[in-house]
Structures are given as structure tokens and as C-alpha cells.
Design a protein around this ligand. Sequence first.
Ligand code: HEC
Ligand code: HEC
Ligand code: HEC
Ligand code: HEC
Length: 222
Amino acid sequence: MVEHNTGCERCHGPGGKHAASAAKTDIFNPAKATKEQASLVCGYCHVRKENEHFKSAQGNPREDQPHPVVGETYKAGQDDWRTWYPDGILIPGANPKQPLNQNYPKTDLENAFYLDDLAKQHGFYDSRKHHEAWQELIQSSHYTKNILACSDCHMPHALAKPKPAARETCVACHGTQYDYAKIMPATGRTADNLFMRSHTFNKNQNRPSGPTASGQPTYYYK
Ligand code: HEC
Ligand code: HEC
Ligand code: HEC
Ligand code: HEC
């Protein structure tokens, strides 16, 4: 929240009506949405994609996804960015024609996910690059069984009733069965040679963890 680029409306959608009325019902609250809808809000940014539909000033594919109508912006809680110009964009996992279990050579998605024996054996494709959390979460039973959205584990700002830190959420449902550091090894390499934790939630996880981007202990680092 100290970073001005991710302001309120990025997660709560247009706020003009709410600012005028101050009514709770006049604004989008991820906590009141379906898990799919709530996760789409975070996935708009925490995803890896290559956009051929709108090019950068240098003529390269973009990594972001502007609204199909020039001048409009993404409206959290209203728009489904997975359905925008599906033929002009590569978002493995979002489009059924672009599955996560295949490689996309010569694009930003080249070697973006593990496709090795462990991945094929269990059907979980952990990230090899950063900002892929949404593509990992949608593979997990947490998502497919409609159990958790990103914001059930991560609360981006203070609330009237504080929530536990993400790594302390597991125990409420699983007791001590799962150690988050083992289930979520840091596999997705960032530009700084730090790694993002996997969000596929494979119970047979045995990948080693790299040093994590968030600086938390890396018990399984080899
Ligand atoms: C990165 C996403 C994100 C941003 C940015 C964000 N919010 Fe939220 N906000 C959420 C989520 C998720 C919830 C639902 C939390 C819950 O109850 O589980 C929420 C809940 C709220 C609530 C309800 C609080 C409660 O106690 O029930 C208010 C009010 C709110 N946000 C205001 C704001 C304001 C004002 C800003 C900008 C200064 C902002 N939010 C920015 C994600 C965001
Ligand atoms: C508009 C784009 C955008 C949206 C929407 C967004 N994020 Fe983020 N998020 C960012 C950026 C940018 C950072 C900072 C990355 C950095 O520091 O390099 C960040 C950082 C984070 C971090 C902290 C990472 C760390 O290492 O401490 C978490 C956790 C997170 N976001 C979760 C969420 C969740 C949950 C939602 C949805 C409720 C969400 N984000 C929505 C862009 C976004
Ligand atoms: C709100 C309750 C809840 C929370 C919080 C939660 N989980 Fe889960 N988790 C579940 C449920 C329910 C399932 C689905 C179990 C099933 O498929 O029968 C599941 C599935 C899993 C699985 C896959 C299990 C399997 O049999 O394939 C793993 C691994 C897992 N969770 C780890 C974690 C970790 C690590 C955390 C904390 C970062 C966590 N969970 C947080 C409820 C939760
Ligand atoms: C079951 C709980 C759970 C869910 C659901 C979840 N996360 Fe996480 N996430 C965690 C935990 C635990 C960590 C590691 C935190 C730590 O090391 O202290 C983490 C770490 C992160 C980080 C920080 C970078 C890193 O690897 O440490 C980001 C960014 C992030 N998650 C984004 C997301 C987004 C976006 C979603 C939804 C697509 C999501 N998470 C869903 C539990 C969850």
C-alpha cells in the first residue's frame, strides 16, 4: 500500500458511486465474491502473459493486458480479462487452447513452467519464472474445489479484524499436516536471482527451494 501504483480501484473496481453514497453495496469487495472472481483480481497482475494484440512503443509484445477498448481500464469485479482478445494473447492456463502442460518456444512463456517428470507424474506445473502465482493456484485443489482465493491467505491492507500471515493460514484447516516451506518451495526465478514460492499445492512436492523473494527461511534450499 506504500506503492502508489496498486491503488484501491485495482482491487475494488470503480469507486465513484461508492465515494458518493458511502454504501458498502456500491463497491466490489473480493471477500463477497466467488473464489474465481476474487482470484481474477489478483491474477490480472500476478500472471505471466505475452500480449501480441497491443505492442510496446518499441514494437515488442507487451506483458500486460490493456482493456480491449482504448481509453477504458480493467474494472475489478466486473471484467473477465481471460476473455479479452483471446487470439491476440498467450496466457497458458487461462485459455483452454493454451494448456500449462506444453512449452511455448520463442516467447516469454518459453520454459516458464516445469515440464519435467515430477510435473508430468503429478500434473502440477510449478513456476520457473516470477509473477505466475495465478497460473499455479488455478491448478491446485484449493482453487478447483472452490476453497481459497488469493485474498483468503494474503490480506493486502489492514482490516478492522486482522488476519494471520499467509504462512500461518495452513494450520487452521490442515493442522500440522503440511509445512508450507516444503509444499511451497521457491521455484520461480526473479530478475534478482531470488525465487517466488510455488502455489500449486502438490502434496507430493519434493522440489528444492531457492532463496525466497520475501526473505522467509528456505528450509529446503539445496
Ligand atoms: C491489492 C488489492 C487491494 C487493494 C489495492 C485495496 N484493497 Fe481493500 N480489500 C481487498 C480485499 C481482498 C478485501 C477483502 C478482505 C477480507 O475481508 O477478506 C478488502 C477489503 C476492504 C474493505 C472492507 C474492510 C473490512 O474491514 O471489512 C475496505 C473498507 C477496503 N478494502 C478499502 C480499501 C481502500 C480505501 C483501498 C485504497 C486505499 C483499498 N481497499 C485497496 C483488497 C484490496
Ligand atoms: C495492479 C497490479 C496488482 C494487483 C491487482 C495485485 N497486485 Fe500484488 N503486487 C503487485 C506489485 C507491483 C507488487 C510488488 C512487487 C515487487 O515488490 O516487486 C505486488 C506485491 C504483492 C505481494 C508481496 C510480495 C512480497 O514479496 O512481499 C503479495 C503477497 C501480493 N502482491 C498479493 C496480491 C493479492 C492477494 C492481490 C489481490 C487481492 C494482488 N496482489 C493484486 C501488483 C498487483
Ligand atoms: C480454508 C481451509 C484451508 C486452508 C487455509 C489451507 N488449506 Fe490446503 N486444502 C484445504 C482443502 C479443503 C483441500 C482439498 C482437500 C481434498 O482435495 O480433499 C486442501 C488441499 C491442500 C493440498 C493438496 C492435498 C491433496 O490431497 O492433494 C495441499 C498440499 C494443501 N492443501 C496445503 C496447504 C498449505 C501449505 C496451506 C497454507 C499455506 C493450506 N493448504 C491452506 C483447505 C485449506
Ligand atoms: C493457501 C494460502 C495461499 C493462497 C491461496 C495464495 N498464497 Fe501466495 N503465498 C502463501 C504463502 C504461505 C507464501 C509465502 C509467505 C512467506 O514466505 O512468508 C506466499 C507468497 C506469495 C508471494 C510472495 C513471494 C514469495 O514467493 O514469497 C506472492 C506475490 C503471492 N504469494 C501471491 C499470491 C497470489 C497472487 C495468489 C492468488 C493467485 C496467492 N498468492 C494465493 C500462501 C497463499
